[in-house]
Structures are given as C-alpha cells and as structure tokens.
Design a protein around this ligand. Structure first.
Ligand code: C5P
Length: 409
C-alpha cells in the first residue's frame, strides 16, 4: 500500500491506450490511492464512463458545462484537491493544449487551473510523437516541471513500430510511487500513532474520560506522513478531522486502542500521544443507570486499563525500533520523565509541564525531548511545528542508526 491515502486525479484522454488506463486505475487503487477520474470525449470513444466509475468507485467527470458536476465538484476544486494529477494516456492533442494553455474542455481547463504536480504518460502514433510540433510541446512541458513517463517503443495498435506506446500500468504506478517518495526521508518506514482521549463506559450514555483534543497526536501523524512514512493513526473520540494521507482508525476505549495497536504492528515507529484513561469501570451497566431521589448514586468499581505504551515497548516479537511516549508532568519534570522512560521501556519521552501553562486544547506546546542519553528543551511552538521537528529528530535517528549498522555490519 505505497500510495495509501494519496489523492490522484487521473485524466484519461483519447487513444487506444485508454483501455490500459483501466488497469492503471485498478493498480493505483490497490496501492491505496483515492482516484478521481476525468474522461475526455476522445477517451470515452475507447472506454465507457461506466467502467471508469465502477473501478474508481466514484462518479466520472466528463463535462465542463455540466451544471450538476460544476455545483457538486467544480473544475477548480477538482484541480486543487489532488496530491497529483496523472494524465494517462496523454494524447498529442491534450499535450498541445497543455503546452499552449488552452482551456477547451474539462481536462484542459482543470490542468490550466491547477497548482498541483502533474505527470503525463504520452501515447500516440510514432510519427505524431516524432513530429516537430509534439517535440516542442513536450520540451515546453518538461521545462515547466511536468514529469514524463515513457512513452516506450514497440509495435503500435495501428501496426506501425516505433516510440509512442504508453508505458505499462505497472511502470506508471512505479513512477507515481517514486514521485511521492522523492524528498521523503521516512519513505519505506511505517508508523503507529495513538491520539486523543479514551472513553470508558459507565453505562451506554455515560463515560469516564481524559481531557485531550488530539491536536498534538494528529499533527504528529500528519508530519510523519508528509515525511513519507506510512502512518496508522489510532484515535479516541476527538472533534478534529482525520489527518490527510494517514490511515485513521477510530476507537472508544483503552482496550479497543490496545487491540488496534497490536493489529497495526509490526511498525518501525510507535508514538503514544493518546491520553488513555488509567481506569475503567469493572462492570459497565448494559442499560442506562436510573437516577432518582430514592436511588443511591451508583458506586463504581474501577479496574486498571492496559498500559498501551508499555505493551508496545515490551512486545516480544514486534517491538518497533523507536518507541516514543508522552508525559504530562506538574513537577520534577526531568526526574519523572526519566523514571517513565524506564518504567515504560520506551526510547524517548516528550514531556510537558502541564502545571505551568494550560496546554490542553491549546494550539501551542512547550516540550522537552528526553532520551536515555540527554534532554533538550524545545522553544514554545505550534503543535504542527513540534510535530515537524519531531519528524526531523526521527529521521536523524534512523539516518544515524542505519549508518551505524552499515559501519558495523
Ligand atoms: O503513565 P502515564 O499516563 O503518565 O504515561 C503517559 C504515556 O503513556 C503517554 O505516552 C500515553 O499515551 C501512554 N499511556 C498508554 N496507555 C495507558 C496510559 C498511558 O499508552 N494506559
């Protein structure tokens, strides 16, 4: 699942290679990508909108002048919401429209209106590919940073032989994966992040919970995904959206969170940012507990919840290479955080002093990074910036460790 959560806009233009776009679409989805499709009028001469819609599991966009399409998902949104626009096959005509900035139909207008990276897989007759006009257009597009995939050489559908065959779908998928991995220092790594509170039921409508907005954990999940890691975020009940590019699993209780974490292993990195309730009610009532003047308030017997961080850090076979916990302390921050490193068996602790400032639900955070070797105080910063800096520390950790392994191994 190398494209998990990636949003790709696939533009299928006219040419016999359009039939291969169906296989391409299937393979992109198999890698976890969310694919929206534009099918040009030419493309629809070769494959049907129905097959594209069935494979993408979304409606197909075809018409710039469709009132329905434009009100539901206009061409501007279509062009901006994708992480990547992939044109496959890219016909000589569409390439020319792109080179000249024409906006004649939905595909060319979307491409002109977009600020997203574009990759194209040209497909055409070898003479059309060799034509000076096409050569100049391709050069223009390359100068603008549009990435070419293929075309390859071989026998064409028209019987001629030469360069102009659309690259095979698996090669296009490889190029797309490569695109997403460039400048991604954590590419190939997998991460598990817990976030938010847990809710432990007293009865079907009442619960015990912790204060946690989930902002820091969600920001970390997003930062790791931006750095190229495949991220599973296991989140308790929060009021913030799922981060982009991350597989999010929603849970309610600590036991559900532990089970989801165990299912997400093996992973290279585990970060436990969730505020897990330490206790749960021993026998949660199956029906709403009645209150009344004559009824005594219920007595709750609490029992210990599993310590998810410790379970992950002490996993006999699937312990991640780097396990990071959080500590919210009100006093003796360093001493308590060091004790927590030992007790939990984790590698790093991110500690904050909740006694000094109200960090719950705030946008900013003031933290210390405590490892077995040293302690760093980080300046007060937004939770997004802290997440990004933590991503950099994690990258350095793997760079140094892998370098050490190469030296000794
Ligand atoms: O023990 P304490 O709650 O202070 O430790 C905080 C760290 O342990 C956090 O990283 C939190 O996510 C994790 N934790 C956990 N499961 C628990 C309690 C805490 O994973 N039941």
């Amino acid at each position: 699942m190398m494209l998990r959560g990636k949003k790709i806009l696939l533009i299928i233009s006219g040419g016999i290679a359009a039939y291969k776009a169906l296989d391409l679409l299937r393979q992109l989805k198999k890698q976890g990508a969310q694919v929206r499709c534009i099918l040009t009028r030419g493309g629809s001469q070769f494959i049907t909108p129905m097959s594209v819609a069935s494979l993408s599991e979304r409606e197909v966009h075809m018409d710039l002048w469709s009132l329905k399409d434009e009100t539901e998902m206009g061409h501007i949104r279509l062009s901006r919401e994708a992480d990547l626009i992939l044109v496959a096959p890219a016909s000589a005509n569409l390439i020319a429209q792109m080179a000249y900035g024409l906006a004649e139909d939905l595909a060319s207008t979307t491409l002109l209106a977009s600020n997203r990276p574009v990759m194209i897989a040209p497909a055409m007759n070898p003479m059309m590919w060799e034509n000076a006009a096409t050569r100049e257009n391709i050069e223009t597009l390359e100068k603008r940073g549009i990435q070419m995939i293929g075309p390859s050489s071989g026998e064409m559908a028209c019987g001629e032989t030469g360069q102009g065959r659309m690259s095979e779908p698996e090669n296009i998928v490889k190029a797309v994966i490569h695109h997403f991995q460039a400048d991604k220092p954590l590419a190939g790594k997998t991460a598990l992040v817990t976030s938010g509170p847990t809710h432990e039921p007293i009865d079907p409508v009442r619960f015990i919970g912790n204060r946690s907005s989930g902002k820091q954990g969600h920001a970390i999940a997003r930062a790791l995904a931006d750095a190229g890691s495949a991220v599973t975020l296991i989140s308790g009940p929060v009021n913030i959206p799922d981060p982009e590019g991350v597989e999010t699993i929603q849970v309610q209780t600590a036991q559900e969170m532990l089970e989801a974490c165990q299912n997400a292993l093996p992973a290279d990195i585990a970060i436990c940012a969730a505020a897990v309730a330490d206790w749960r009610v021993e026998n949660a009532a199956r029906h709403k507990i009645k209150k009344g003047k004559d009824l005594a308030p219920p007595a709750l017997t609490l029992i210990q919840n599993p310590d998810i961080l410790r379970e992950i850090a002490s996993h006999p076979t699937k312990r991640p290479a780097l396990v990071i916990g959080f500590a919210a302390e009100t006093e003796n921050l360093e001493q308590n955080a060091r004790a927590k490193l030992q007790k939990k068996g984790c590698d790093w602790i991110i500690a904050n002093n909740v006694g000094m400032e109200d960090i719950f639900g705030a946008q900013e955070n003031h933290v210390y990074l405590i490892t077995h070797k040293n302690i760093q105080e980080w300046p007060k910063a937004s939770k997004e910036n802290i997440a990004r800096d933590l991503g950099l520390e994690i990258t350095n950790y793997f760079l140094n460790n892998e370098f050490e392994t190469r030296k000794t191994g």
